[in-house]
Every structure is written in structure tokens, then in C-alpha cells.
Write a protein that binds this ligand. Sequence first.
Ligand code: GAP
Length: 513
Amino acid sequence: MAKQEDQFKKVLSHAKEYGYVFQSSEIYDGLSAVYDYAQNGVELKKNIRDYWWKAMVQMHENIVGIDASILMHPTTWKASGHVDAFNDPLIDNKDSKKRYRADVLVEDYCLKIEGKIDKEVKKAAKRFGDDFNKEEFLATNGRVLGYQEKIDTILSRLGKSLENEDLADVKLLIEELEIADPLTGSKNWTDVKQFNLMFGTKLGASADTAMDLYLRPETAQGIFVNFLNVQKTGRMKIPFGIAQTGKAFRNEIVARQFIFRMREFEQMEMQFFVKPGTQKEWYDQWKETRLKWHLSLEMGADNYRFHDHEKLAHYADAAADIEFKFPFGFKELEGIHSRTDFDLKAHEEFSGKKLQYFDHEENKNYVPYVVETSIGLDRMFLAVFSNSLQDEELENGTTRTVLKLPAVLAPIKAAILPLVKKDGLPEIARKIVEDLKWDFNVSYDEKDAVGRRYRRQDANGTPFCITVDHDTIENNTVTIRHRDTMEQKRVAISELSAIIKQEVDVRSWLMKM
Ligand code: GAP
């Protein structure tokens, strides 16, 4: 646990030190759960967005993109159910005046019991050595089974109480488990209340005529309300998809874990409209396709797992998360939801406009079913960044910090370094920058000894360093150093572009899907 926390602290400080992520309005002590992307962060974020867009839109003839507004007619959110049901159960501690999500307090309690199971496993692994069989131990050890049963009972009661809106029972559960305020230890709790997560705002100048609006809590509704416009103007035939990336806003009660849970964040969503009755087939297909997209980035197959939802949202007939192993454990990275015809039907009802598709093969109108893929861009950023940050022991006994970002996503693809700041070497290096920058984001670095510059570029995630030395003047060759292997090769300047392209080209990465 302490190791995980240390690793996470490293991620946070590295993100700041190397110009990836800053706290928003830092000079005013920041704004909770709101972050700014810095000079390198903005490039990494853009590259992730492009990688998603290429895979989802450019590579699919039947998927097109839109960019809907953040502000939408307020009835949108009535129809979608967000006004009435986009709530989190919150509880206040009367002594500390701190506010918590009641369900998270209970879940954290269960995580502690899970920690006890992990301890038992570690102890047994040590005792039995090579003969240890983890699955068998988990399935038969009395103490572990007792812990697991306790977790299951608690979570099942929590799930039922939330489903039945029985908030009094959620409070009772917290009291029975003797859960204390994590900061102060106080058990003096208020009742549990529902809290709507949408941010409100106003449209219009005068106070009495201004219209109450919301900042969108998901991008999906911008797609639903444009469904027919896109279908007709794009002459789209079912099955087809509409994709979108953009900001979403949620007034999260428990906003923590850096950019994992933010109040202003970006989503990359795709709604796939299908014939009723075929949704299961498409749901399975999109689960597989989306996992392949993640795996194409080669961040370790063991770092992903599916979590199929047992408790479904009112609009869904199936749902699963792709979870990623973040520094604080496996957590949701992306959701794949079979949303039935709930959204389009609700918008039909609230707008009085038909949102139906005429199927020429079937010779009839119907409201399509929808399979949605929805991933948080910031969460993907955190997955990529935290997984890439590594401390490596070198053969000479020293360590280096290296950010092994997938080369296709790296903000800067190559740094061009003149060995010394004289003898015409900077001029040649500048010429190489001028040539490469047409195709790649490259940088020029002449400060400090070349070894220090290599380390700086390693920590920055730059896949290649290109060094110009005195031999370059003689024969037009340079040294190219690979970030991950640290291998150095002598190559002609004319070959550089092709060498870099081979490693950073989106095509070769996406072909792995
Ligand atoms: N349209 C469906 C939808 O919005 P969701 O599970 O609420 O579903 C989808 O959100 C994805 O958006 C999540 O898997 C997560 O990656 C991201 N996300 C949700 N809330 C977030 C937050 N507060 N901060 C950062 N990312 C968030």
C-alpha cells in the first residue's frame, strides 16, 4: 500500500516537474479537482485524442464525428434523467464538517477488509513457497472466506439500499460498521442526502428572464439530440456510429486521485445505432474492439480487466467497464453500455419530435438501440502516464527515471542535440530541426553535458535523441539514441525521418489491433 502511494506521489510530482499537468489557478492555492495541461501534457492529451479519433472515426466508414455544444436546452437533462437521477448519496460529519460520499465510505471499509485478505495471501505464499496455489487458498482458507463473505454481505446491502433509495439504511450501515471520518475519527454523522452532480449556470443578461442551464455532465446527449440530423444529412445506414470528444462537468463530492476524478474533464464517446434485437451482438463486438485498442498501445495485457455490471442503470440492458491497474489499484477507465432505445425515446417524448429511422430492408420505422463506448480522456492520460513512469537500475549501478510513453503518443518525438555549442554544430542541428518539424514535433537542446540531456529527454518521454558531433561535419551522419534501449546508432541525416516514422506512425500502432 505504502509502495503504491509512493509511486502515485512520484507520478504527481513528475507530471508537474516535466510540464505535463499543473493544479488550476495554483497561485491562488488551486481549485479542488480542477487541473491544467501544460506544454507537454497538452501534446500527450492531443495525441491520445487523435489516436482514439483515428481508430473510431477515420478507420470506420460507418462512424462520423460531431462537436456539439457544452450548453444544451435544459429539457435535454430532464429527458435524459440527469435532473432527477444524476445523484450521489452524501453524508456530512457534524464535528469535522467534512462531506463524504456515503457509498465510498462503505466501499473504502470493504477495501480495508480486502487488504486483510491480501495479507493472508502474502503470509501463506511465504509459508508454502513454490507449492503455493493462490486460487486454491482463496477458495478454501477459512479466514479468507469469512472476510469475503463479510464484503459480499455489506456490498449487497449497500447496493439494495441505494437501488431502493433507502438512505436511512445507508446511514444505519455506516453506524453499524462503526465507520469513522477518515480525517478525524469522529463517528458523529448527519443523515444521508442525495446530491445532484450537475453544475448549473444561467443564459441571458437580466436576472428575471435568464434561463437556468446546466453544463453538460456527459457528451452523449449532444449525440442523441443530433441523431436524426446526422443520419439524414450523412445518409447513414444502420448500423452506424456518431463519435465526439469534449468537455463534461460533474460536481463530484469526492474528487481525489489527481486527474482520475475531476470536476471538469474530457470524454471520448461513441454512440452506435443498431437494429433492435441486435444490440447484444454489437455490445460484445464493441467490448472486444475497445480492449484491442487499449492493447495496441502495449501497456501490458495484465493491466486490463473487464468488470461486468450486475446492477444496471435504468437505461441499460448490459454494461461493462474496462478497468486499468492505476497506481492505486484496478479502476474504471472506460465504459461500454448497451443503452437500449431509452435516450432516443425519452427525447422523442420530451421534444414531441420523431427520432426514428426508416429501414428500407425491413420497410418500417423504428427507434434504434444504442451501444455506447465512453472513455475519459484524462483518465486515459493518467493510465498512460503512470504506467510509463519507471525508475530503471542501470548496469553501472546508477538509476535513471524514464517515461516510456508509447512512441506514438509521446509529446516530442525527437530531441536534436549539438554535442557542443560551437564549431558549427548548433547550425547543423538547427537545420535538422527545420527539416524534421514538418512531420514531427521535435525540440532543440544544447544546455548541459550530453549525458544530462539524455537523462532529461528520458524523463520527458522523448523516444529519440539525435546528436550532432564533429564527424557530422565530415560525413553527414549523426548518432541516434533510442530512449527505451539506450542503444546508439550512427545513421545518415537523410535516414532520420524514415527511422522516426517507423516508430511513431499511427498506422503501425493501430495495425496491432
Ligand atoms: N455517457 C456515459 C457516461 O458518461 P460514465 O461511466 O459516467 O458514463 C464515462 O463516464 C467515462 O468518463 C468513465 O469511464 C471515466 O473514464 C470518465 N469519467 C467519468 N467521470 C469522471 C470524472 N469525474 N473525472 C474524470 N473522468 C471521468
